[in-house]
Design a protein around this ligand. Structure first.
Ligand code: PXL
Length: 268
């Protein structure tokens, strides 16, 4: 059985991060271990969440996991609570020495998430150069590449960001939430050996919190199971489309993904 360690927060209410990665990876037949970066009453899309960062706990948890002989086929990194955590996460990556899939989880729709600072962006930029796969949305890609955010994404803009984000250790970058045209959305990717790939589907009018986290969890699962980056990203996009179709109202409680898990299992 494949094993993934995922490093992201535990938000008690509002589907995102660990509360989506765990069930999704389990439904894909993958053993999912967790290293929580913070406990929040809700994600930061709700007003005034209670937040306890677990910055000082990352290293001792990692040390103990190493001591008991834990090993992983991949590490999936998501939301970090502060820039200092990037250093601790780097040590976890070095300790377990396996492919890292990094979702920068810090911004969307042209804006940083509440509480995320410019120092955080710099720390994630440094960390991202150590990842084998990077999965930013358009806003995060622009911030990491150091270019202005554009709501409409033409091919030249995406190509420029993909080239800038593809560092020495990077094998694949997938930018999610692209807008190939007014009524379509999709992703654009680059694979170092095989070149560019892209995908588009009808744009859904509703938005749901946590769909980026769902995308990266499905992608990570398919990738460790041996699917190539395009197949993994397409499966992830199709899963998110089903979640959106299943959740007509836009609320911060997140997309109804639970009923789509049997479909996900059937695709593998
Ligand atoms: O879905 C991204 C995410 C993850 N974790 C926390 C968040 C957000 C986005 O707002 O606040 C805590």
């Amino acid at each position: 059985m494949k094993r993934i360690l995922t490093i992201q927060d535990l938000s008690c209410v509002g589907r995102c991060s660990l509360t989506v990665a765990l069930p999704i990876l389990s439904a894909m037949g993958i053993s999912c271990s967790v290293l929580p970066t913070a406990v929040l009453s809700t994600h930061t899309g709700f007003p005034e969440p209670h937040i306890r960062s677990l910055t000082d706990d990352i290293e001792p948890i990692c040390d103990h996991l190493k001591k008991i002989g834990a090993s992983f086929d991949a590490i999936l990194v998501g939301y970090l609570a502060n820039p200092e955590q990037a250093e601790a996460v780097l040590q976890v990556m070095e300790t377990f020495d396996c492919p890292v899939i990094l979702d920068p989880a810090m911004a969307d729709h042209g804006k940083l998430y509440s509480g995320i600072t410019e120092e955080h962006v710099d720390a994630i930029r440094d960390l991202s150069s150590m990842a084998e796969v990077l999965i930013p949305n358009v806003t995060e890609a622009a911030m990491l590449a150091g270019v202005p955010y554009q709501e409409q994404t033409d091919g030249q803009y995406l190509r420029m960001m993909l080239d800038r984000l593809c560092k020495v250790k990077t094998k694949t970058v997938v930018i999610t939430g692209t807008t190939p045209s007014q009524d379509t959305t999709g992703f654009a990717g680059i694979h170092k050996e095989e070149g560019m790939f892209s995908y588009k589907a009808t744009r859904r009018l509703n938005r749901q919190h946590g769909t980026g986290d769902m995308f990266s969890a499905v992608f990570a699962g398919a990738y460790v199971l041996g699917h190539d980056p395009m197949e993994s990203a397409e499966l992830a996009a199709n899963f998110v489309e089903r979640v959106l179709d299943n959740t007509p109202e836009t609320t911060p409680f997140g997309g109804n993904f639970e009923t789509e898990l049997p479909w996900l299992w059937q695709q593998l």
